[in-house]
Design a protein around this ligand. Structure first.
Ligand code: PMP
Length: 401
C-alpha cells in the first residue's frame, strides 16, 4: 500500500483548467479568453519594449546573489511611490512598511498572514461576490476567516451598490474589507470616485480595515495615477491600509513574479517594528524574493526615459483592450442584432468582461466553436484582436440565439 493511497483527487483550477482544454483543441479557429494575460494585436504574448530594454542593459552582468528578505530596495521604494504617489504622507514620513513579494498572489498571502498574526480587531476578511477565485483559498490558508459582501448585480450586469453598502455596514466593527483597487476581476465593474469616497466614510464609521488588491494599476484607464485613486484617497482620508501590488499585467512580468506588499503605519518607529515582523514572517516561507524581475521593474521605475516609454506602453495595452470593447459591442449590437443589451461590454473596465453568458452557453461555445472562457461567462478582452473578434461575435450570437 502506498503512503499516498488515501489522497483524494482535487478539482482542476477553474481558470488554468480552461487553458488545458484550449491546448488540447485542434480547431485552427480556437480562441482562449480564459486566462487574464495580455495578448497583442496578433494574439501573441507581448514583451514590453521598455522591459526588453531594461533587461538588455544588465543581462549577463548582474550577479545572482540573494536579495534581502524584503527585496530589492531600489525596486520597493519606487514601486511604493508608484502606488501611493510621490507626495503621499506615509511615504514622506517614512511610515510605510514595504516588502517585495512573489507577485500579487504572494503579496496577498503575506498580507493575510500578517493580519492573521497581528491585526488586533478581527480575523474575518470580507470579499466581494464574486471575487478573483484565488482570494478565498489565499486568505483561508493564511489563517483568516472569509466572508462575502454583495458586489455584482446580475440583473443590471453592474454594481450592486445598495447591497454592497448594506453588507459592509453590517460587518462587525473591526472587520477586514478586501477591495479591488481598480479593474475588478472578474466583473470589470468598479465603483465610481463618488462611491469610493462614500466607501471611505462607511469603512471609517465601522472601524473597518481596508485591504486593497491592486493587480491592474494602469490597465483600467491607461493612466497609472488615475487607477490608483482609491487607495490614495483612503490614505488621504486618514485610513491605515494594506496594499498588494502586482507587476504581472502592467509590465507583462507574469512569470517573473514581481510584486509588493505594504502597510501604512503611524510613525517610522512603528514601521520599523512592522518591518521586523514582516521579515520574521517571510524568512521561513521563501527566505527572499526572486531578483531578476525586480531589477527590470526597478530600472524602468527609476529611469525617467524608460519610465515615460513604459507609461506609453501601458496606455497602449489599455487602449487596445478598450478598442476591442467597442468593436465587440458594435458587432453584437449593430451587425448581428444579438438579443439583449450589450452596453456593459463597453462600460466594464480592465482586462475582463463579465458577459452575462450562462454556464450552458459557455459550454456550448467551447464544444461547438472552440471558444474558451471561464464558466461564469468572464472573458479576457485582451484575448480578442482584429483577426478573431468577428468569429467570436458570430459565436456568441449563435450561442445566445
Ligand atoms: N489579484 C487579482 C484580482 C488578480 O486578478 C490577480 C491575477 N490574476 C492577482 C491578484 C495576482 O496575480 P499575480 O500573482 O500573477 O501577480
Amino acid at each position: 500500500l502506498s503512503v499516498w493511497s488515501a489522497v483524494p483527487a482535487g478539482p482542476p483550477d477553474p481558470i488554468l483548467g480552461v487553458t488545458e482544454a484550449f491546448r488540447a483543441d485542434t480547431n485552427p479557429l480556437k480562441i482562449n479568453l480564459g486566462v487574464g494575460a495580455y495578448r497583442d494585436g496578433s494574439g501573441k504574448p507581448y514583451i514590453l519594449p521598455s522591459v526588453a530594454a531594461a533587461e538588455a542593459a544588465f543581462v549577463g552582468q548582474a550577479d545572482k546573489e540573494y536579495l534581502p528578505i524584503t527585496g530589492l530596495a531600489s525596486f520597493t521604494s519606487a514601486a511604493a511611490k508608484l502606488a501611493y504617489g510621490a507626495d503621499s504622507a506615509p511615504l514622506k514620513q517614512g511610515a510605510l512598511a514595504v516588502t517585495q513579494s512573489i507577485s500579487g498572489t504572494g503579496a496577498l498571502r503575506i498580507g493575510g498572514a500578517f493580519l492573521a498574526r497581528f491585526y488586533p480587531s478581527s480575523k474575518t476578511i470580507y470579499l466581494p461576490t464574486p471575487s478573483w477565485g484565488n482570494h478565498t483559498p489565499i486568505f483561508r490558508d493564511s489563517g483568516l476567516d472569509v466572508k462575502q459582501y454583495r458586489y455584482f448585480d446580475k440583473r443590471t450586469v453592474g454594481l450592486d451598490w445598495a447591497g454592497m453598502l448594506d453588507d459592509i455596514r453590517a460587518a462587525p466593527k473591526g472587520s477586514i474589507i478586501l477591495l479591488h483597487a481598480c479593474a475588478h476581476n472578474p466583473t470589470g465593474v468598479d465603483p465610481t470616485r463618488a462611491q469610493w469616497a462614500e466607501l471611505s466614510h462607511v469603512l471609517k464609521e465601522g472601524n473597518l480595515f481596508p485591504f486593497f488588491d491592486m493587480a491592474y494599476q494602469g490597465f483600467a484607464s491607461g493612466d497609472i495615477d488615475a487607477d490608483a485613486f482609491a487607495p490614495r484617497h483612503f490614505v488621504q482620508q486618514g485610513h491605515q491600509i494594506a496594499l498588494c501590488q502586482s507587476f504581472a499585467k502592467n509590465m507583462g512580468l507574469y512569470g517573473e513574479r514581481v510584486g509588493l506588499f505594504s502597510l501604512t503605519t503611524s510613525s517610522p518607529e512603528e514601521k520599523a517594528r512592522v518591518d521586523s515582523q514582516l521579515k520574521i514572517l517571510i524568512r521561513p516561507l521563501y527566505s527572499n524574493p526572486p531578483v531578476h524581475g525586480a531589477r527590470i521593474a526597478s530600472a524602468i521605475l527609476n529611469d525617467p526615459g524608460l519610465y515615460k516609454q513604459w507609461e506609453g506602453e501601458v496606455k497602449g495595452m489599455a487602449d487596445r483592450i478598450i478598442s476591442m470593447r467597442t468593436a465587440l459591442y458594435n458587432l453584437l449590437t449593430n451587425t448581428h442584432h444579438t438579443p439583449g443589451d450589450w452596453s456593459h461590454i463597453k462600460s466594464q473596465i480592465g482586462m475582463f468582461s463579465f458577459t452575462g453568458l450562462t454556464q450552458p452557453q459557455t459550454e456550448a461555445l467551447a464544444a461547438k466553436r472552440s471558444v474558451y472562457m471561464t464558466k461564469d461567462g468572464r472573458i479576457s478582452m485582451a484575448g480578442l484582436n482584429e483577426g478573431n473578434i468577428e468569429y467570436f461575435a458570430e459565436s456568441v450570437d449563435g450561442a445566445v440565439k
